[in-house]
Write a protein that binds this ligand. Sequence first.
Ligand SMILES: NC(=O)c1ccc[n+]([C@@H]2O[C@H](COP(=O)([O-])OP(=O)(O)OC[C@H]3O[C@@H](n4cnc5c(N)ncnc54)[C@H](O)[C@@H]3O)[C@@H](O)[C@H]2O)c1
Length: 275
Amino acid sequence: MLDPRSATVPDLTGQVALVTGAGRGQGRSHCLALAGCGADVAALDVCADLDVPAYPLATRAELDDVVAAVEGTGRRALPLVADVRDAAAVQASVAAVEDAFGRLDVLVNNAAVVTSAPFWELSEEQWTAVVDTNLSGVWRTTAAAAGLLRRSPRGRIVNIASTGGVRAVPEFAHYVAAKHGVVGLTRAMAIELADARVTVNAILPGAVDSPMLAGLADELGLTREDVHKRWLHDQLLIEVITPDEITGALLWLLSDAARHVTGHCLAVDGGALAR
Ligand SMILES: NC(=O)c1ccc[n+]([C@@H]2O[C@H](COP(=O)([O-])OP(=O)(O)OC[C@H]3O[C@@H](n4cnc5c(N)ncnc54)[C@H](O)[C@@H]3O)[C@@H](O)[C@H]2O)c1
């Protein structure tokens, strides 16, 4: 029988987690919580500014800071500088995880970028960067890690999608298309990994207070008030969600209580999808 006091908090002692987009924001929060639950953590980030998006991405110093914080909990940490759009770099990163730890139990596909424009104004570069990072990056990373995850006694994959994964919002067609793809991919992978008892789920965050939201606001010349009007107006609970509140949902999906939950999309969105 599940112990109600411990069943909703995963005990990841002796396990290994890989988090993409780990340098800051939600990814950083996930890494620290996974370490707090006992896991060794491989923290992957591109650590470079790209042509798309216009806002800065995480730096190497930020990734090193995550690594130091994980090590501060007494767990081991492996920094991986890689671009999820680059198949060879992703495969080399997974090989480095196997070399360092010999196993992989938890994969959190979190890396993503965003831009905003009416769909007819999107450039090829914007379309390709968003779809290749946010959707193909999830497939690429999970495909590279599937062999290791299948060998785990308790494999868990969590894809960070968006409410934009199940409904459309204006001026984010490429992001919406990519996140709908992540939801479909989550269900398809859940079917194909069920025989190895690997669960695959998605989290659909609402508006999260992270550098992505701030970067997008800067890019569009919006104030914080504008951001609230534009992205929070349809949440029932009109408050920006904090990264650790997304981490809370992640931990539940990794817990014993969620062991029969797979192919599921869990919205942490202040009720936006209720409308
Ligand atoms: N912030 C929001 O309001 C919000 C809402 C819904 C969903 N999400 C999703 O949450 C997840 C985390 O986003 P966040 O809010 O923490 O944003 P963020 O920009 O702070 O973090 C994203 C991380 O991904 C990294 N990254 C970007 N491109 C990469 C690449 N090609 N390869 C490797 N790493 C790369 C960045 O360097 C950064 O560290 C994303 O999947 C995002 O789409 C965010």
